[in-house]
Design a protein around this ligand. Structure first.
Ligand code: ASP
Length: 343
């Protein structure tokens, strides 16, 4: 039987082609995929697609769009072997992270890709990324089970776990990287999967999609010079339930009493504060007094979570409507392979 793949086209650079008459770039109509990317025919797959109307630049992506993507996958889950999401690169890592939490029990590939150059340009990386993403979505192991059973980002030479990825280059074809987790596959002459890195759940559960997302969350990025007035102003934001605090190094923050007091007060008000590092590599360890004092306020360690995974995980957990204690508990657990807990 031919592999059955559903493409969800949301927009981004990959979908752009040059209008032959005006030479302007315009979004491509994926209902004409085969005519525009003839090489796809060589794959001999059954491919269907769902498109966003209109396709969007991923800077306009919102939780409502994540719900649409998750719904497109969940509603068609049994009819396809794999899913390819075409998406702009700018917020791809946020979408990948959000979907990894929303699609609980995912046992099939959801491969997100895009490109740096429009698919209609001669030197495009889009055609190669699209074809490789389709091949990965169709790949099976020796038992005939999907090789990839998680949300992943395919870009140029690598397949990364979605909720571990970050956009690292606005220019390079290898635009993504997962700094704290190995690649799931290396793409060269062939596609070489790393079966130790790929998600393998011991118990398989049915897909249980969650669509609730609560955006009452915000980020505070530390920098030398952040003053008390400004910090207190941000912490007083009405309706805030969770804050991702981006700290220095291994989770360090100023030791000044005004800073520690302000954080303690917001936590006592019931706000959950999650500590992630500004460093690209490594995580929160609390090796210094500066980290210990912060931890003593009740701040939760996000270990080696990316910022993208931290903020979407908070939106997801608050969206579940569970108790504050349960949110805190789940923030310390790895729900979809998003963090390493053995530090
Ligand atoms: N601004 C575009 C987007 O994120 C860039 C891209 O697709 O790479 O939609």
């Amino acid at each position: 039987m031919k592999p059955r793949i559903l493409i969800v086209y949301t927009g981004g650079t990959i979908g752009m082609i040059e209008d032959p008459a005006t030479k302007a770039l315009r979004p491509f109509d994926f209902s004409h995929l085969m005519e525009n990317v003839p090489k796809v025919k060589m794959l001999d797959y059954k491919i269907d697609n769902i498109q966003f109307h209109p396709p969007i630049d991923s800077s306009d992506m919102s939780p409502a769009h994540w719900q649409d993507i998750a719904r497109s996958i969940a509603d068609n889950y049994d009819d396809y072997d794999g899913f390819v999401v075409l998406h702009g690169t700018d917020t791809m890592a946020y979408t990948a992270s959000a979907l990894s939490f929303m699609l609980e029990g995912l046992d099939k590939p959801v491969i997100i890709t895009g490109s740096q150059l429009p698919i209609g340009e001669v030197r495009t990386d889009g055609e190669e990324n699209l074809i490789t993403a389709l091949q990965i979505a169709a790949a099976t192991d020796t038992d005939g089970r999907p090789m990839v059973r998680e949300v992943a980002i395919l870009f140029e030479n690598y397949l990364w776990r979605g909720n571990r990825s970050t956009k690292r280059s606005a220019d390079n074809f290898n635009a993504f990287k997962s700094n704290n987790y190995p690649q799931l596959a290396k793409i060269g002459l062939g596609i070489h999967f790393d079966t130790d890195a790929l998600m393998r759940r011991s118990v398989s559960r049915p897909l249980t999609p969650h669509y609730g997302l609560d955006t009452s969350v915000m980020v505070i990025d530390l920098y030398p010079g952040l003053n008390e007035g400004l910090l207190r102003h941000m912490l007083a934001a009405p309706g805030i339930k969770g804050i991702v605090l981006r700290t220095y190094g291994t989770g360090n923050a100023p030791t000044s009493s005004w800073f520690i007091e302000a954080i303690r007060e917001v936590i006592n008000r019931g706000v959950i504060v999650l500590n992630v590092t500004q460093c690209l590599n490594g995580g929160v360890l609390n090796r210094y007094l500066a980290g210990d004092m912060l931890a003593a306020t009740g701040v939760i360690s996000g270990y080696d979570l990316t910022f993208e995974a931290a903020i979407t995980k908070m939106m997801f957990l608050f969206g579940l409507g569970i108790s504050r204690e349960e949110v805190k508990k789940q923030l310390c657990m790895s729900l979809a392979g998003e963090m390493t807990l053995t530090q």
